[in-house]
Design a protein. Structure first.
Length: 137
């Protein structure tokens, strides 16, 4: 089994609606932050380098919201890879507070080159592919 990338997330006022629970689009921002940290910290492919002629847009996203997260909660965000192809990867993720699942899902990212305002899939470099493989389940 491969590695799991995890980060803690504290729910702040900026994440919440008036009832004090996380407004669902904020969860997607938190997920993107997790992916961005994973690319920088583990894949050695930070977005600051990636977005100079390349990108990793989301091709598919499935998510199930299971229970709310509330202002002040600290929960764990985690992901691992279930499929790695020439120019794409699919990962599963979950957010959990103590023993309670908040949300879970699956996402596919495609590595693309940006030329002439067009997107074209591009193979992962060997270095990035090897780093992704460490998280392959």
């Amino acid at each position: 089994m491969g590695l799991i990338f995890s980060k803690s997330q504290k729910v702040k006022l900026q994440h919440c609606d008036v009832s004090g629970i996380v407004f669902y689009p904020r969860f997607l921002e938190m997920l993107n932050e997790l992916v961005e940290d994973w690319f920088e910290e583990e894949l050695d492919f930070p977005f600051s380098e990636l977005y100079h002629g390349e990108g990793v847009p989301t091709a598919d996203l499935q998510i199930a919201f299971v229970s709310p997260a509330r202002l002040g909660d600290v929960f764990e965000k985690s992901l691992y890879v279930i499929r790695l192809e020439d120019s794409s990867l699919t990962y599963q993720f979950k957010f959990a507070f103590e023993d309670s699942l908040i949300l879970q899902g699956e996402c596919t990212l495609i590595h693309v080159g940006l030329t002439d305002d067009k997107l074209k899939s591009e193979s992962w470099t060997n270095r990035v592919r090897e780093n992704i493989q460490r998280f392959l389940k």
